[in-house]
Design a protein around this ligand. Structure first.
Ligand code: 7RM
Length: 656
């Protein structure tokens, strides 16, 4: 990880203190307040979480023990009884929030719908009864393969209400990917829609479900529930397939939330590793409810007047924690958007912000870079004055994009929370608290109270300030994953054995490289397997990408290593140009020179490959593993189920 050039890489030392107007009204108002909280949590994490659990959530029955830690297995709030659907819905009904908008949905093409807490509660209760009617019981796993429509959130909350763990499979995944996930969890039921809108086209979701289930290839699935969304023709298999609206007819809206054990499974969500089949990350009820609740409240600084919009898909952990559970548990208004920016409607995000007066906007760096490329005239033509807080998640944000976001979207007025976390962590781990912590572009800043993050070497020893190392967490936290579904061995190997336990203390290893500067700010450098070794020097791909993107001609860049007999590895850069530039030899030379000037001769790309698109997951992560194979001229192997657009690979191959 350590590289001699690391300090010179970005020269990023700009500091953006929280605006005074923001801090004055914020939940956490000052650095001192954050620090006091942080120290208190560090001194006694259990007491810290227990106090919040009591204050912030409804429990049907109190816990007997706050934490039972048998490394690497944690049980939080042992024997406590709780229901996250109750905390997200029922408890708001006895307050003025009963008639507050819980979910605002902006659909395609031009559809929209708003559900108050009372209405959402009613729909969830009815649908929970539908599930029961189909024989779904506590512990039965339910697959959800849906577009971004309210029924997706309703289905999740209904499952949670009766204790049936859901496994949401992103609607963009293939039939094979769906089948593998359904089989891994032995799902009894699949909830889907006839189709979903995706960039002016219809994704045939039900057809994919049929394909996933045909020839009895997912034998655990007994029933399929179908929401009518796009109204195209689909086939319904009698006995197995049912329309949601048919079964919901006349069903009782009385369905008390089941008191569940804190450690009852809430959901499985699959996340792809760099090798092997996707891992089923298991989350449980009580700790997840608490952690997503508190992080949403403090990091997004929620107020009852907010319209909060997270642009993620519900098929991603960000959608679970920060569209559905965290915001609703807080009684917030959460906005769900079915559309995506595309050439026929490049300004659609800004339209949504203007239309609903969005106050908090949470998106991914990949989206921001796409907006930059589309031009600032689009956001400039809309009224974005309702915004007061911005967030990013999913990958390191390059300072160029951060500054653009700050200037063009936030009008230099809105703090930016760059939130580092993972499917596995359940909630945000390292992040600015917007009223308290000054931001530095490209840094996720400091750990959330109760999170003991550190940067260590392979032996678990902290590395000196600003040196690269492995990002770890030292103490269990409430929303940590409990295991890999059906493969506890893999859970141990992947997260707990990479870095040997120090004095019997287990460290959670996130798989990311990071450095922590002299101010205690964390700079996440990306996955440790995304490091290139040139002549024995380790270079983070992200740093070279950041350097490339800081050149005016470059919109986006992905860097990988290609085996080289002499140097070990050679840097290969895949580059997307800004619209005004065309690929040519001069530009090729200029970009190489630019990287040398920014980082040093070691980082000089041996090859630059111009392209129109990069292979990405739906959440915007560049799939460097595929680019590495391409650069090395190998066949693509391994799991590609998470690839957003398969045609990108063919184009890249042709371009070679
Ligand atoms: C929420 C999510 C997790 C991986 C993680 C990192 C990367 C996410 C940031 C980030 C730098 C960030 N879950 N990552 N957020 N890197 N700065 N703010 O993305 O399971 O899909 O991915 O994403 O590598 O390990 S995830």
């Amino acid at each position: 990880m350590t590289s001699p050039t690391i300090e010179s890489i970005l020269q990023e030392n700009r500091l953006f203190p929280p605006p005074a107007e923001f801090s004055e009204q914020a939940q956490l108002k000052s650095l001192e307040e954050y620090q006091a909280l942080y120290e208190r949590a560090k001194a006694n994490p259990e007491a810290f979480w227990a106090e919040l659990a009591e204050q912030e959530l409804h429990w049907f029955q109190p816990w007997e023990q706050i934490l039972d830690w048998q490394p690497p297995h944690a049980r939080w709030f042992v024997n406590g009884k709780i229901n996250i659907s109750y905390n997200c819905l029922d408890r708001h009904l006895t307050t003025w929030r009963r008639n507050k908008a819980a979910l605002i949905w902006e659909g395609e093409p031009g559809d929209s719908r708003t559900l108050t807490y009372a209405q959402l509660h009613r729909e969830v209760c009815q649908f929970a009864n539908v599930l029961k009617g189909l024989g779904i019981k506590k512990g039965d796993i339910v697959g959800i393969y849906m577009p971004m429509i309210p029924e997706a959130a309703i289905a999740m909350l209904a499952c949670a209400r009766i204790g049936a763990p859901h496994t949401v499979v992103f609607g963009g995944f293939s039939a094979e990917a769906l089948r593998d996930r359904l089989n891994d969890g032995k799902a009894k039921l699949v909830i889907t829609a006839d189709g979903g809108w995706r960039k002016d086209a219809i994704v045939p979701l039900k057809e994919q479900v049929d394909r996933a289930l045909n020839n009895n290839s997912a034998p655990s699935v007994e029933n399929v529930l179908v929401v009518q969304r796009t109204k195209q023709n689909i086939s319904m298999q009698p006995g197995r397939d049912h329309w949601w609206h048919d079964l919901q007819q006349g069903v009782s809206a009385n369905c008390p939330a089941e008191p569940l054990d804190s450690e009852d499974m809430l959901f499985i969500l699959y996340t792809s590793g760099s090798t092997g089949k996707p891992k089923g990350v298991v989350h449980t009820t009580g700790g997840y409810n608490l952690y997503t609740h508190v992080t949403t409240k403090w990091i997004f600084d929620l107020r009852d007047t907010d319209v909060y919009w997270c642009t993620a898909d519900v098929g991603w952990i960000t959608g679970h924690s920060y569209i559905v559970y965290g915001p609703l548990s807080n009684g917030a208004t959460t906005l769900m958007y079915e559309g995506a920016p595309r050439s026929s409607n490049p300004g659609c995000f800004w339209d949504v912000i203007e239309k609903y007066g969005v106050t908090i906007f949470y998106t991914a760096p990949t989206a921001i870079r796409a907006f930059i490329k589309m031009g600032e005239h689009l956001p400039n033509a809309r009224d974005l004055s309702s915004l007061r807080l911005l967030g990013t998640v999913g990958e390191p944000i390059n300072p160029e994009a951060w500054i653009w976001y700050h200037r063009i979207i936030g009008k230099e007025r809105c703090p930016i929370v760059d939130t580092w976390w993972q499917t596995e962590t359940g909630g945000i781990m390292i992040t600015p608290i917007p009223g308290a912590i000054a931001t530095k572009p490209g840094s996720a800043t400091r750990p959330f109270p109760g999170i003991l993050a550190d940067v260590v070497d392979l032996n678990g020893n902290p590395v000196p300030a600003s040196e690269g190392g492995y990002l770890v967490v030292r103490h269990p936290w409430p929303s940590m994953m409990r295991t890999v579904y059906g493969d506890d061995d893999r859970f141990r190997r992947t997260y707990w054995e990479h870095i040997a336990p120090v004095d019997g203390q287990y460290l959670y290893f996130a798989g990311d490289g990071a450095r922590c500067d002299a101010d205690g700010y964390f700079w996440v450098m990306g996955r440790v397997d995304d490091v290139i070794s040139v002549a024995g020097h380790r270079l983070g791909t992200m740093e070279i990408e950041s350097a490339l993107v800081s050149h005016p001609a470059v919109a986006e860049a992905a860097v990988v290593g290609k085996p080289d007999e002499v140097k070990g590895e050679e840097v290969v850069a895949f580059v997307i140009l800004e619209d005004a530039y065309l690929p040519n030899e001069d530009l090729d030379k200029a970009l190489k020179k630019h990287v040398v000037a920014e980082i040093g001769a070691l980082a000089r790309p041996g090859q630059i490959r111009f392209t129109d698109a990069l292979p990405k997951t739906r959440s915007g992560k560049i799939m460097r593993r595929l680019l590495r194979s391409l650069a090395a001229g190998e066949e693509i192997s391994g799991d590609t189920s998470t690839l957003e657009d398969r045609s990108v690979l063919d184009k890249l191959r042709e371009g070679a």
